[in-house]
Design a binder for this molecule. Structure first.
Ligand SMILES: [Zn+2]
Length: 203
């Protein structure tokens, strides 16, 4: 059992997501914050009797898992894969790409965004993310770093879509699904600068 960052508050908490009924450890994340409005929290799918991923979500997650193995990670030995779903249903993947100058490292999510842009795609509906260590699995779903959330928000304004972020643990038996607006509330984007993004919109 490893400690994993709390996805709600960014603090370390052990074994946060309880299997069975998707409750969070009350000491960490108050369950009532999840009850008031409908939350897309999916847990422990292997047990059955639980929400299942939709077909496109499964397909995206599988693509991200495949991309994860392409990670260039000589420094962290941490593998991250991401898969974007364009608004016309094309899947574009990315993996983390590290650098001896650590700050020059690129995350899987932004790798996928850059690759998509180079291939002519700027509008997306969803992204799936998965990760593992060199010798350990992630018990809890991976979530995008702050920089990637900002980049995904930019993409969401260009896309006119509140992009769905599908976050999985290594075994794909615990998945959390949120909109980018939930992961980055009160976000700042191109529309706040008064930029006419119409001319930058591509499929
Ligand atoms: Zn990132």
């Amino acid at each position: 059992m490893t400690n994993a960052p709390c996805l709600n508050r960014g603090i370390t908490q052990k074994n946060k997501i309880m299997s069975g009924n998707f409750q969070w450890n009350a000491a960490c994340c108050s369950a009532k914050t999840l009850k008031g409005k409908k939350q897309n929290i999916i847990g422990d799918m292997m047990e059955g009797n639980k929400m299942k991923l939709k077909d496109y979500q499964t397909e995206l997650l599988n693509a991200a898992e495949k991309a994860m193995e392409k990670a260039y990670n000589p420094y962290s030995n941490f593998y991250v894969g991401a898969a974007l779903l364009t608004t016309d249903d094309k899947i574009i993947t990315g993996a983390n790409y590290e650098n001896a100058s650590y700050g020059n490292t690129m995350c899987a999510e932004r790798s996928a965004l850059l690759r998509a842009n180079a291939e002519g795609y700027r509008k997306f509906k969803a992204i799936a993310i998965i990760a593992r260590g060199e010798n350990f699995d992630m018990d809890q779903p991976i979530s995008p770093c702050g920089a990637c959330r900002q980049s995904l928000f930019e993409a969401s304004q260009i896309s006119d879509v509140d992009i769905e972020v599908i976050m999985s643990n290594t075994k794909k038996d615990t998945v959390i699904i949120k909109k980018i607006s939930e992961l980055l509330p009160y976000a700042f984007g191109p529309l706040d600068l008064g930029v006419n993004i119409e001319k930058y919109k591509r499929v």
